[in-house]
Design a protein around this ligand. Sequence first.
Ligand code: GLA
Length: 643
Amino acid sequence: MFFGGDYNPEQWDEAVWKEDDALMRRARVNLATVGVFSWALLEPEEGRYDFAWLDAHLDRLHANGVSVDLATPTASPPPWFTLAHPDAMPVTRDGARHIHGSRDTYCLASPAYRTAARNIARALAERYGEHPAVVMWHVHNEYVTLCWCDHTAAAFRDWLRDRHGSLEALNEAWGTAFWSQRYGSWEQVLPPRATNWHQNPGQHLDFRRFWSDLVLAAFREQRDAIREHSDRPVTTNMMLPGYQNVDLWALGREVDVISIDHYPDAPGLDAAADTAFAADRARSFAGGRPWLLMEQGANTVYDGDRILGKEPGEILRHTIGHIARGSEGALFFQWRQSRAGAEQWHSAMVPHAGADSRIFREVQAVGEAVERLGEVEGSTVTAEVAVLHDADAWWAMEVDGLPSADLDYHGSLRRAHRALWEAGVTVDFAHPEHDLSRYRFIVAPALFLLSDAGAANLRRYVSGGGTLLVQHFTGFVDEYLHARLGGYPATPLREALGIRVEEHRPLRRGEHIVLSDGTRATVWSELLRSEGAETVLTYTHGMLTGHPALTRHRFGQGEGWYLSTRLDDPGYAALITRILGVGTEPPGVESVTRHATDGRSWEFLLNHTATTISLPESAHDLLTGAPVSELPPGGCAVLRKNR
Ligand code: GLA
């Protein structure tokens, strides 16, 4: 199990390095991510490398028993790069060119940037590919920057030529007959730069797809340059949960190890639920294989425009929350809190106050606990329930001109996951075109865009015996963002659900409606006709009075549910538990089990309540190395089973 974090020794001097060595031993640090933002030191001038300082740090870490996740520094090109290649600086949607002085100042489509990035990755791999300290490669840092420059325009056109084959096909796909947007030559086609009114939806969606492919290509170039000189696994850290600049299913196929950065965006129980949401997504993108929490904050909870701290015990709970769901350890951004620079107020394992601090004492205790989890390594988590996620559907819901500003892809996924989490169910995420047969229940909270293949797959899933809950505004458009004609959703799915949506009727901001059993709903309603489905709940307002709001349809061996509005939280939780046939206890003890292939398993327990929970029987707790029979408020335990 890995424990450690981003380590930036270049910000400190020798006296601090000595203290770092001692404190890392105390905290049981065994992995340090080094060099993430070190380009200016590693290559002070174009083509002139200085590795002496890095040699010394890697040797020192190695001698101290700390392995290295060696990063390529390509997320922050040095100032010389800007001046030599001004055309490689990113250009915003409205034409402003950014400059160095922060980080992420590059355009992934710029040939000069790509060459420079490949060169520094290769130089690092040549020098450290077999270094005994290096156990993993960390390409780049959070591929987040988008760009709308001329290099991007040229690369976008090439991508579009490949995807559509001809200009005629592109015009058809983008529906350019509308608003006189017809393209007469490829040169006229641009990335979706700022416009004075709604942008073409097809152009937006293809740009998102193109950018995702560009990220993958840039990653692959560095990965392959590294692989020429090193056999250690290669990763790139993704920012979860809200990150959508790359199709994470596709990225999962390119990396050797999925790694994520996770910073909760609200405190308390919300942070615990968000931890589970991020971790379940990471495990799913990893295809069920173990993955790694690359960054978390020792004392960081983002809350809108402020950075809140963590409560005592939360570092351990968040760490265990991730490991429970498959992470092979827990790393932090960063080891030592920076004295200067743009992130000097971002927390770290060693805070400004130093080692004599609550934070470091908790970090040390967490390090000791993680060290005791070694036997769990390599075990995996299985789920019987899945939430469907598709990058295309997410990007599709970003387009201008949707009928309601309250339609929210990411929020809908989180709500579905949260309701399942509160019901005590372990959840995978799955793509609508995956083989879904191993799941007994699937929720499709927001598949506005659903491909023909996806719709057929969902139909197959239900007829084969699965239970599917489809929520409003799903399957309204195909993979080109063209509306489904003759009624929504896409025909194969309509057959499985036994319904036909004839009309959508968004609700006003803040408006609440009441359904036939008293459940409250917001945001959306639909005029829905049953084509074989049983009506479970009806609307009680306006022209929809008496029409179905929630339906259920026996189809083949399975069952398709359709929810045409957005239920309030208690109503939604009640629906989920009703379909699953589980109790409706309030959120209490989170329980997740990791299984080894040899039959061993470990139950991870997190007590989110304010009361002490008695366990049915005393069991060996790996975290303390002692038997445990009860969990105090906020406590966690990892129970060894079957041995
Ligand atoms: C990210 C980055 C880090 C750092 C942290 C701060 O996820 O990868 O470099 O900026 O956030 O929270």
